[in-house]
Design a protein around this ligand. Structure first.
Ligand SMILES: [Zn+2]
Length: 245
């Protein structure tokens, strides 16, 4: 066991209310590509940058194009197998079950924390698992979206179904923000993983933390490295996976 892992184990052992804040790096280790990453998009077959396709205006104006990208890159309908929770997701669920972790705050929309067994999950950017008719608000699950041919339409009223995913130009959900902020404020340990913490909203949330240990786990450097009590530059699954609950 490396010195860094021993130190993390020590912090976890003494913690009562851990909050985990996760970015795209948590999902990429489950094989979900980060569509914002450089190699992700610009070499692809799309006529628009992903930031434009995944915007509210684009969804309204060109739903066919939106869903072509969404089904391909976000739902990954052609993937050989569905992404599964990795060692990081599983360990966090285990920590919650043991009463050591109070919440997961995530920027990911894939639902892998819940698939791993986590209960209190604040999904800042929404979830692919919740979808609603834009007219009658009927709920549809992700299978309905995967099976739809082209633009998914409501089986009651025929209107377009929209994923409960926060698109560019759209605001984050107030209740989700409140829950995430409250959890971070009351945490004694904040573990941030899989994000470089340079983009909003990740950077802002860290400021609410008043606990004793800030831990950063990321393959690359982050904007908060100098403020952290412990900083591990490695795979999030590898690091959390080696912790004993
Ligand atoms: Zn409807």
């Amino acid at each position: 066991m490396s010195e860094e892992i021993s130190k993390l184990q020590e912090i976890v052992n003494g913690a009562h209310s851990i909050v985990f804040f996760g970015g795209a790096g948590v999902s990429t280790e489950s094989g979900i590509p980060d569509f914002r990453s450089v190699d992700g998009l610009y070499n692809q077959k799309y006529d628009y940058p992903p930031e434009e396709i995944l915007s509210h205006t684009f969804f309204v104006r060109k739903p066919e194009e939106f869903y072509k990208f969404y089904r391909d890159k976000i739902l990954m309908v052609d993937a050989k197998e569905e992404p599964k929770p990795n060692a990081a997701h599983l360990k966090l669920a285990e920590l919650e079950k043991a009463g050591k972790l109070s919440a997961v705050v995530t920027q990911n929309i894939d639902g892998l924390h819940q698939a791993a067994g986590s209960k209190t999950v604040y999904e800042l950017h929404g979830s692919i698992h919740r979808n609603y008719c834009t007219s009658c608000h009927k709920f549809f699950d992700v299978d309905y979206m995967r099976k739809a041919d082209g633009v998914p339409r409501c089986d009651e009223c025929g209107s377009i179904v929209k994923p409960d995913v926060v698109l560019y130009e759209e605001g984050l959900d107030d209740e989700t923000i409140d829950g995430a902020v409250r959890a971070i404020r009351n945490a004694d340990v904040l573990i941030i993983g899989g994000t470089s913490l340079v983009v909003y909203p990740a950077a802002g949330f860290v400021n609410y933390f008043r606990g004793s240990h800030l831990v950063l786990i990321n393959k690359g450097e982050t904007a908060q490295d100098k403020n952290a009590d412990l900083c591990i530059h490695d795979s999030i699954g590898k690091v959390l996976g080696s912790i004993t609950v």
